[in-house]
Design a protein around this ligand. Structure first.
Ligand SMILES: [Zn+2]
Length: 134
């Protein structure tokens, strides 16, 4: 089995991060790896912790207008990660293991909105829904 998701996959080297956000990253890592080991699905993180500048760059590059950038994103506090999931292997597993997911208390962007990745976050969105539209 491939190794667990590491801190360095969530926080790039030389990225400034507060202790509070770091604590979120460790909590997220623990839960990601709980899924990783239970599912035996390899995980590649495509986006983890983002500084405000990095977050802005991502959206500007995608052609999103300045005022439409989602500043409430949990990526900004180390509490969200995107897992590469082009074949939806992970999404299928999540849907089949909702009891386990409930116990981990994780939240996901609606799979309809994330065709090639799975967005996983620690905290519930405003809607309170486990699967939410971004
Ligand atoms: Zn995301």
């Amino acid at each position: 089995m491939r190794p667990q998701v590491s801190y360095r996959e969530i926080v790039q080297p030389d990225t400034p991060i507060s202790e509070e956000h770091k604590a979120n990253v460790y909590c997220l890592l623990q839960k990601l790896n709980a899924i990783r080991f239970r599912s035996e699905i390899p995980m590649r993180i495509t986006s983890g912790y983002r500084t405000a500048q990095k977050h802005r760059d991502i959206y500007i590059r995608k052609g999103v207008a300045e005022e439409k950038i989602p500043w409430g994103s949990y990526h900004l506090i180390g509490a969200a990660a995107d897992v590469y999931d082009p074949n939806k292997t992970l999404q299928q597993w999540i849907k089949s293991n909702l009891d386990f997911i409930d116990r981990l208390d994780l939240y996901f962007e609606s799979f309809v909105a994330t065709p090639t990745w799975t967005h996983i976050q620690l905290f519930e969105p405003r809607s309170g829904n486990r699967f939410f539209l971004p």
